[in-house]
Structures are given as C-alpha cells and as structure tokens.
Design a protein around this ligand. Structure first.
Ligand SMILES: N[C@@H](Cc1ccc(O)cc1)C(=O)O
Length: 343
C-alpha cells in the first residue's frame, strides 16, 4: 500500500469521524476480481484486503466510527436489493456512458474491456445506494462518497442516476481527495510496478531516504513538484509542521506550519531542494516509525517537534514496528509480497 492510500485515507477518515460521520469501508473484493486483479484469485484478493485493514489500524486511524464491509459478503446478504439496483442502473445508461467510467478501474476508455468491466461501474454505482444498513428505507444511499479523484466519474453517474430513478433518489455528496503524483519526473500517478514512484507503508527508513533523494524536485517550481505535494497533502496535515535543518549561511533552521509560506519560500529560492528533501524524508519516517517517537524527533540538533496532531500518541504511526513485531501482521505482509500483481 502506498502512503496516499495509507496516510491520506486515514487523515480523511479521522476528519470525517471526528465530525460525527460513520465511515463505512467498502472492501471491494469482488470488484478486484471483476477487474482481474491477482489473476482473479478471490482468496489472494481477500488477503490483500486484510493487509490493508491491518495497515489502517496500525497507522492511527481512529476506529470508533469505522466499519469494514466486504462487498462479496454484503451483496450476498441482500442480493434481491442489490441486483435489482444494478439492473436498473444498467437499463438507464447506454454502453458509452458506462465505458466513460473506465478510469475507476484504472483502465482507459479505449482499452479492450471484458464484459466484467462493464458490470463493474454499474455495480459500483449501485453500491452507493446499497451501503446504508440493511433494512434501511427505500431512499437508502451513502450520504457521502469519499474516494479519490479517479473515482469521480462513477460518483457523478450515481448523482445522475438519483434523478433518473423512479421514484427519484437522494443524491450522494461527492468528497474526492486529490491524487498523489509519482515521485519521479513525468509520473502523473504513483505506480505500484515502479517502487521508486511512491513511498510504501512498509518501506524501511533507508528506502524512504533513497526514494526522496531520487525524487523530482526542481528548484523554484511548486507546480508539478511531487515533493511539495507530499508535504502539502501528507506531512503538514499529519505532523502539523515541517522542520527544516539548514546551515546558517542558507538561512538557518526553520519550521513551517503552513503550506503557503513554505511554497512562497520555495518559489523564491529561499528554500532549496537540498534542505527540503532531508526534512521531508525524516518527516515521512516519523510517520511510519513509532520506534523513533512519532513526531517527537526533529532534524539533528533541533528542539523536539510537538507530537502529531492527528491522533493519540499511543495510536500514532507504528506501521513499521507493527509489521515487524506482530506475527499475524508479519505473515500477512509476507503473503502479500509473494503475490504477483496483474494489470
Ligand atoms: N473502483 C475502486 C474500488 C471500489 C469499488 C466499488 C466501490 O463501491 C467503491 C470503490 C478502486 O479501484 O479503487
């Protein structure tokens, strides 16, 4: 799992549950199978699902108002309701409209899609109206769809369908998080097949340093700079600050608590990539490593940074430790690493 799926998701969930929202995770095992992930092996897919849940728990997602639902199980509990919805959505949309949703499966519209990949968007759209607790009223739907920007097309389809359905249905609110770019030049997206394009939740301290060192970070350029995206969307929201250790001649040590100030300094050249990158790597390592004391450790010679604001200290970022010290988690990670991914 890359850091956007791990940390960004946990941040979003914590923000929502803090406001009183109940967050239902739809563990989309059947969807991965329809999309031929893991060669369509449902057992492997479910192991990957369990590993993801394990990471979210370890990274400090506040579990009080979080539920995990497995698509394959939930659909089989109320098949009449589910498939009636799927058929109605399929009947009210032409093939072109469904194919336009291909991005939600990581496919392009021009790809040679299987018939399963035509089911997929119809089913994902149905999920939104199916997700309320069983026995819910006929108007049932997820109130808010919180997914990545890459899932927007199907969420819009659901809003359109809400108007087309008879009787009409309530429209869901779409809350999309931005997509994190890949770390290397020209990588619009992180790629699971190129380990250097993303930080993974179980990367070692040294791997994080090497990846950030290699990352694209053109001096003075804020737009399209993946290092700055990481700071804006992951480090600052999580750690509330970025502490940069700098030689006196380069301006001395500085702590940023807000992205606009950091971006302005970066754009003007006052903050240089060679000072920014080690700070970013340390900060990511703090997020992933409980053993270092979470957010306590600033760059060398600095006063300790305050603890991460996002969650209680005892729940903070023990991802790396967890997968080392917990036998079950360790076995899960080993199994997942042994799988060959399929496109
Ligand atoms: N399409 C999503 C997975 C998903 C499937 C069904 C849903 O209802 C929601 C999400 C993805 O690829 O990440």
């Amino acid at each position: 799992m890359h850091i956007a799926q791990g940390v960004l998701k946990a941040l979003n969930v914590n923000k929502l549950t803090k406001c009183g929202v109940t967050f239902r995770f739809w563990v989309a095992d059947w969807f991965a199978q329809l999309n031929n992930k893991m060669g369509g092996d449902l057992k492997k897919i479910q192991t990957v699902g369990n590993y993801m849940v394990e990471i979210w728990k370890a990274v400090g997602m506040d579990m009080d108002r979080v539920e995990f639902l497995h698509a394959s199980e939930e659909i089989n509990k109320r098949p009449d309701e589910y498939w009636t919805l799927v058929m109605d959505i399929a009947r009210r949309n032409n093939l072109k409209r469904i194919v336009r949703c291909s991005q939600i499966m990581g496919r392009a519209e021009g790809d040679d899609l299987s018939a399963a990949q035509i089911f997929y968007p119809c089913m994902q759209c149905a999920d939104i109206f199916f997700l309320k607790a069983s026995g819910a009223e006929a108007q049932c739907r997820a109130d808010i769809c919180q997914l990545g920007m890459d899932q927007r097309k199907v969420n819009v389809l659901a809003r359109e369908y809400a108007d087309d359905a008879r009787p009409k249905r309530m429209k869901p609110v779409i809350l999309s998080h931005p997509m994190m770019p890949g770390l290397l030049q020209g990588q619009e997206k992180m790629s699971k097949s190129d380990p250097n394009s993303a930080i993974f939740m179980e990367d070692s301290e040294a791997e994080v340093r090497t990846k950030i060192k290699k990352a694209y970070c053109p001096p003075g350029e804020v737009e399209g700079n993946p290092c700055l995206s990481y700071i804006q969307h992951i480090v600052l929201p999580w750690a509330k600050q970025l502490a940069v250790a700098r030689a006196e001649k380069n301006g001395g040590n500085i702590i940023y608590t807000n992205f606009e100030e950091l971006a302005a300094d970066y754009a003007s050249g006052a903050l240089h990539p060679s000072d920014l990158k080690p700070a970013l790597a340390s900060s990511i390592n703090d997020i992933l490593q409980a053993g270092s004391g979470g957010g306590q450790r600033g760059p060398r010679g600095r006063e300790a940074a305050p603890a991460m604001g996002c969650c209680p200290a005892h729940e903070r970022g023990p991802v790396r430790d967890h997968f080392e010290s917990n036998a079950e988690a360790k076995a899960l990670l080993k199994a997942v690493k042994s799988y060959k991914t399929t496109r």
